[in-house]
Design a protein around this ligand. Structure first.
Ligand code: ATP
Ligand code: MG
Length: 395
């Protein structure tokens, strides 16, 4: 019996008109990820099937666990869709299992198969009951659930199920720019945005010499870890020092963060235009700090018409930390090197800023010219998942 990995698309199957595009995007991502493995990958409208060498299985599964758009997968036996073979092979599969109770669940993808699903399940069940001693059927909580999927040519038999990452394949939505600091939140926000199929490029606001090269390396390593879920990530490094210093020289310190974030959004908008991105993504979470109260968000958001996607808006910090651990960014995020936001935080930032006051302060210096200069000096690094030098230097 040939063993294969059977992939279920999950949420993709709810996409009617675009279904083909979604499945093709998923397929090319699986092909890219598994290019070095000795596999063949085939797919139809409802399933993808991967043949593999047994000694590569754990490698392959690790890679599948970084691909959005996979709802679940099974290690399945592939046999031909004729009744006698199915009867024989289901028994063979079940003989490998140790169980007391079981259930057979049949689904006929090919409605021309002569026996209806329920009837076939009963038939296969009776064969097991006869052939294997001391077992019984339990349709509610079986020790082993054996699923039999009958397609036109092939039938898949499996007794296991592994969850995939879910979501949509990256690239099924257009590009957005992720504001990536070295903190815990923004990589998680990037991950969740990618999970919706959004392709991301990252933007890091840097304030050397107030921030260190280690802080930059943290962001590079975080980008690399996020690149595991896509192909590569372009990281744009924004030289923010002069503008940030200017903000702190003008006006009320309580408003510095409000103004700084308005400037960040202005630069993000320019970057969206330059790189043809449709939205800004960041790690803001309602109420987390003074600049993330609803009033602050409103005043800060006022400078851009681009959608600002905040995947973490309604998450608790503990929930965010859980995801960060799961996606392997937490250990990097907690390294101590500070970024430009943390260094310049005033003692008492305004919690309910007024738009008129922010505008008044901004009118006292020529930030537009400074932004023009910044735009000319942005540095871009292309980061791939396989570049691991920075990680070695950091940890
Ligand atoms: P994080 O939120 O990622 O843990 P943080 O707490 O330092 O980092 P906040 O002050 O909460 O950041 O800022 C909110 C969001 O603004 C961040 O999640 C991130 O998306 C963005 N941001 C903050 N600082 C920077 C920066 N230096 N470069 C790029 N984006 C930034
Ligand atoms: Mg934060």
């Amino acid at each position: 019996m040939e063993k294969v990995i059977l992939i279920k698309y999950g949420e993709l199957s709810t996409k009617k008109g675009n279904r083909n595009f979604f499945i093709k995007t998923l397929c090319s991502e699986v092909e890219r990820k598994l290019a070095l493995e000795n596999c063949t990958i085939t797919h139809d409208f409802s399933r993808m099937c991967i043949t593999f060498d047994e000694d590569q299985l754990s490698d392959i599964l690790k890679k599948l666990n970084t691909i959005f758009g996979i709802h679940a997968y099974h290690i399945a036996y592939k046999v031909s869709s004729d009744l006698e073979t199915i009867k024989e092979k289901v028994l063979e599969v079940m003989k490998q299992e140790s169980f007391h109770t079981f259930k057979i669940e049949t689904s006929r993808r090919d409605k021309n198969f002569p026996i209806p699903s329920m009837e076939l399940s009963r038939l296969l069940g009776s064969i097991i009951l006869k052939a294997i001693p001391n077992v019984q059927v339990d349709v509610h909580h079986p020790d082993v659930l054996c699923q039999v999927e009958i397609h036109e040519k092939d039938t898949y038999i499996y007794t296991n199920a592994y969850p995939g990452l879910g979501g949509y394949p990256v690239g099924t939505q257009p590009k957005a720019l992720l504001m990536l600091s070295g903190g815990i939140d923004s990589p998680v926000a990037g991950y969740l945005a990618m999970k919706r199929g959004i392709k991301i490029e990252a933007v890091y606001f840097e304030a050397i010499p107030h921030t260190s090269l280690e802080a930059r390396n943290k962001v590079i390593e975080l980008s690399r870890r996020l690149a595991q879920y896509t192909n590569k990530i372009n990281l744009h490094i924004v030289p923010f020092t002069e503008l940030q210093e200017a903000i702190y020289q003008h006006g009320d310190p309580a408003y510095c963060i409000t103004i700084m974030r308005r400037m960040m959004y202005r630069i993000m908008e320019r970057l969206c235009q330059k790189y043809h991105a449709e939205a800004i993504v960041n790690g803001e979470s309602i109420g987390q700090v003074a600049s993330q109260t609803l009033v602050s968000m409103h005043v800060i958001n006022e400078v851009t018409n681009y959608p600002v996607i905040r995947p973490l808006a309604c998450f608790d910090k503990l929930e965010i930390m859980d995801i960060a651990r799961k996606i392997d960014t937490y250990d990097i995020s907690i390294l101590p090197y500070e970024d430009c936001c943390t260094i310049f935080v005033p003692k008492h930032p305004v919690i309910h800023p007024e738009l008129a006051v922010a505008k008044e302060i901004e009118a006292t210096f020529d930030y537009e010219t400074m932004i023009d200069t910044i735009m000319k000096n942005i540095q871009t690094i292309v980061i791939r998942e396989e570049d691991s030098q920075v990680e070695k230097d950091l940890l």
